[in-house]
Ligand binder design. Structure first.
Ligand code: 2U9
Length: 360
């Protein structure tokens, strides 16, 4: 019987010498393809006498296995070499100077949200999100908003059409604040809770200072032994960091919201001398956000015992604080998609907000 050693040595030599994966694939086809040399040897077995076929069959199959093993080894080696070559060739030079003013700009709303996340993130808050289309329960009932409250009226809230005869409280609403996200969070996870909720909100309201769609950020802290002192410390720190004025005067004024008790509006010091507006120490006050201790009924609506857990919450309009910080005079321009406006008021993508850079 003719030996297959020379044949095997030839294939193994070729495989070892293959310069790349394409060359290796050509060798595989020449050996093991449908009309490859080794395949032909296997096919030829059928023509042999049975006693000859056994010994020859074992030898041809061994040859086939050796060629397959050599191909697999070479494939692994060439793939690793190819990856190594690409990693060297495609390396990013991080020391190259950036293209400082590339095309895009960050919208002031996005920038302000990023700044809020940086400031509250430093205080241990995490971001929570929820749906824009809400159930009456999460948007109103759970928040202790009574049936006769103006926010529940048709002229103040966008309701989605329900089927004929849908009960009013079964209709879906476009959320009028981000507060339903806090309700969902309290129902889904145990305290301690420390979240901020930036997002779109919708009210049937349209004039120079109101848009039917606007953005809010709300915050919620629920823990044991939380009191008004925590609320005040947190919000004073926020105002001073956001406006980057260390001694910014901050004042808390009693107020009313159905979902907090007691409630307080927060004003910052400003000066209106000469017709302009300058934030900082001055003779005047500017309302900036609303806040309060979470109402016991709201806690109970979420399955929490007010004797065990307390918390505070706050809310503010993002357009409003962005206008004050960046001197944007008209609310409606936020949604015009005017590129000249965006080039003027927008931010560089490289200007990443942090407590050091973004808050100013
Ligand atoms: C839960 C409990 C309490 C959120 C709060 C305010 C006060 C507030 C307004 C500011 C201007 C909305 O954008 S605005 O019109 N918000 O004054 N928001 S306390 O209180 C909550 C929220 C959720 C469960």
């Amino acid at each position: 019987m003719e030996s297959l050693d020379a044949e095997r040595d030839d294939w193994l030599r070729q495989i070892t010498a293959a310069a790349d994966l394409d060359a290796l694939e050509r060798i595989r086809i020449a050996a093991l393809g449908r009309s490859g040399a080794v395949t032909q040897l296997l096919k030829g077995l059928g023509a042999l006498a049975p006693e000859e076929r056994k010994a020859r069959g074992a030898a041809v199959n061994k040859l086939k296995e050796q060629v397959e093993a050599a191909l697999a080894e070479a494939k692994g080696r060439l793939e690793a070499a190819s990856l190594e070559e690409r990693l060297t060739r495609e390396r990013v030079d991080v020391s190259l100077p950036v293209k400082a003013e590339s095309e895009g700009r960050i919208h002031p709303i996005s920038q302000t949200v990023d700044e809020l996340i940086a400031i509250f993130g430093e205080m241990g808050f995490v971001v929570a999100e929820g749906p824009h289309i809400e159930d009456d329960f999460y948007n109103f009932t759970a928040l202790n908003i009574p049936p006769e409250h103006p926010a529940r009226q048709e002229q103040d809230t966008f309701y989605l059409m329900g089927a004929e005869g849908t009960r009013p409280e079964a209709r879906k609403v476009l959320r009028t604040h981000t507060s339903p996200v806090q309700i969902r969070t309290m129902k889904a996870q145990k305290p301690p809770i420390r979240i901020i909720v930036p997002g779109r909100t919708f009210r049937s309201d349209h004039d120079a200072t109101h848009s039917p769609m606007f953005h809010q950020v709300e915050g919620l802290v629920i823990e044991k032994n939380i009191h008004m002192g925590h609320l005040k410390g947190c919000l004073i720190e926020f105002c001073r960091t956001f406006f980057d004025i260390d001694d910014l005067p901050v004042r808390f004024r009693p107020s009313y919201f159905p979902f907090t008790e007691p409630s307080a509006e927060v004003d910052i010091g400003c000066s209106r001398a000469g017709g302009g507006l300058k934030i900082g120490a001055g003779a005047d006050w500017l309302e900036i956000l609303g806040s309060g201790m979470v109402h016991p009924k709201v806690l109970m609506n979420c399955g929490l015992d007010p004797a065990e857990y307390q918390g505070f919450a706050f809310g503010m309009g993002i357009e409003r604080i962005a206008m004050l910080k960046y001197g944007i005079p008209d609310l409606r321009t936020f949604y015009d998609s005017d590129l000249r406006w965006l080039r003027h008021y927008g931010f560089s993508a490289l200007d990443l907000p942090s407590l050091v850079t973004g808050a100013r």
